[in-house]
Design a protein around this ligand. Structure first.
Ligand code: FO1
Length: 474
């Protein structure tokens, strides 16, 4: 699969202008004037979608550059810290970016790693090089949305600045213009538009208009040294960073695990998951590519393929919808009224156990299944999807308030999960603790009407002891 994508890249398409580019993927951040005659090039400011091929934002930037016969540049702005990210995450990201830089070089597209916040480095880069247009990708999260706003403020007024949703299959602002109630309400909207957006990618091609001023060589060690992040959370060994490795995981999912995804995905003892979320999170692999490949097996593994589309497309795009349209996407205030009222009503209920953050972080509760899940996350950077729900719900049960539960859950998720700091992570925590995208259930202590999960329920689903033994520290 990696090779197929590579080959596509090397093939010189007749002209990138020839394919039909769906402009609904693009929106204007600031108008500027038309690309100036004197412009020296176009730049793609890469952020969420850290890959060369299968990237609608990169393709759009190349299309603009080809139309005007201009050089194309790519920039990545490396911030010193981002939410709770540690060296585990920055290490994964930087190694992926190294591959991006190499691929860009083969395509005659200079890749620039700028150190610092975009607002401080990107406008100067654009003016310094006389560039005539900026294209960026899209994230609904508060911090990256603010980066875009800040750049907009500081870019010269005549430089057009556009944004492309290169992460979702149906662009977030096209899928729906409001916060959706749940999977039930967004599913049809997305499925109805899949035939329009779930299309094959044209290749990004070797760029025919080389830049006269090439990129500065990148000192990757200096990049690492510029970071102000916690280095005590170690990088993981099971997940090799980068697009090539991510595509190999996709291939192994299709060849080995897809057949049992439909039946075994809720069993943490079975290898049935795609495990692709770290590569999806950093945009090293496009979800659209994964779906294009997986859906070829629909007649063979219908249940699995449908289940994967539900999780990778519907649930994932629902998460972006939630974060985009709800500014309190990571706070109890962001919940539905029924959930807020119910949680408030039970705020004073006696908790069976109360744990401090440190006890939780070290996996030292009375519950061996919970501890095992926590240690899986701490050591491997990825907790099994089914256990993520159980894990978060127990934090609601064992802390002083829903606010504290959400704070701890998001902190731990963002700090340890490779795929943390992502809309899917915030929505996962909000679903478990605040009932987002869920319905009310029978009322009970502490949880109120929030769906409850317990150890006995897990025991009915899988061999809990087998999972606990895998992560037993003794
Ligand atoms: N994007 C950037 O443009 N620059 C960064 O330095 C950067 C660091 C970073 C660290 C951890 C992480 O999980 C993501 C990071 N991102 C960075 C990407 C990004 O902004 C996110 O993936 C999206 O916001 C997720 O929606």
């Amino acid at each position: 699969l990696g090779e197929a994508v590579r080959q596509a890249r090397l093939q010189v398409a007749p002209s990138v202008q020839d394919f039909k580019y769906n402009k609904k993927r693009v929106r204007l951040v600031s108008q500027g004037s038309d690309l100036k005659d004197a412009a020296q090039g176009v730049v793609y400011w890469m952020s969420r979608d850290q890959r060369v091929q299968d990237n609608w934002a990169f393709l759009y930037a190349q299309r603009l550059a080809l139309k005007q016969q201009l050089p194309l540049h790519v920039c990545f702005c490396l911030v010193p810290k981002f939410l709770e990210a540690t060296i585990r995450h920055f290490g994964f990201m930087l190694k992926g970016l190294q591959e991006v830089a190499e691929e860009c070089q083969e395509l005659d597209i200079p890749f620039h790693l700028l150190i610092g916040f975009a607002k401080d480095v990107l406008p100067a880069f654009v003016t310094g090089r006389g560039l005539g247009g900026v294209v960026t990708d899209f994230s609904p999260l508060r911090v990256p949305m603010q980066w875009v706003e800040d750049v907009k403020e500081r870019l010269p007024g005549d430089v057009p600045f556009v944004q492309v949703d290169a992460h979702n299959i149906v662009p977030c602002w096209v899928a729906s213009d409001k916060q959706e109630y749940g999977a039930r309400t967004i599913r049809r909207k997305i499925h109805d538009q899949l035939s329009e957006f779930l299309t094959e990618f044209p290749p990004l091609i070797k760029h025919p208009y080389p830049s006269t001023a090439p990129a500065e060589p990148i000192d990757w060690n200096a990049c690492r040294a510029s970071l102000q992040v916690d280095c005590s959370v170690k990088e993981v060994t099971w997940a090799t960073p980068g697009t090539a490795a991510g595509l190999a995981v996709l291939e192994s999912f299709i060849g080995e695990r897809l057949k049992s995804f439909g039946t075994d995905r809720n069993n943490p003892n079975r290898a049935a998951l795609s495990n692709l979320s770290p590569w999806f999170h950093f945009g090293q692999v496009s979800v659209q590519r994964a779906i294009l490949e997986v859906q070829k097996y629909r007649s063979k593994y219908k249940e699995s393929v449908d289940g994967f589309i539900e999780e990778a497309v519907i649930r994932r795009e629902l998460a972006d919808n939630f974060c985009y349209y709800n500014r309190n996407y990571d706070k109890v205030e962001g919940a539905y009224d029924w959930a807020k009222t119910s949680l408030k009503l039970h705020a004073q209920d006696k908790r069976s156990h109360l744990y401090e953050l440190k006890q939780l972080e070290e996996g030292k509760t009375h519950d061996p299944l919970w501890n095992a899940a926590q240690l899986q996350m701490v050591h491997e950077g990825k907790m099994h999807g089914f256990l993520r729900m159980y894990w978060a719900k127990k934090i609601l049960e064992w802390t002083r308030s829903p606010e504290e539960a959400l704070e701890f859950t998001i902190y731990l998720n963002d700090r340890y999960e490779l795929d943390g700091r992502d809309p899917s992570g915030y929505v996962g925590c909000m679903w478990s603790i605040c009932g987002i995208h869920d319905q009310g259930w029978a009322e009970r202590a502490v949880f109120g009407k929030i769906r409850y999960m317990n150890y006995a329920g897990c025991k009915r689903k899988f061999d809990v002891g087998q999972f606990e033994r895998r992560y037993d520290p003794r």
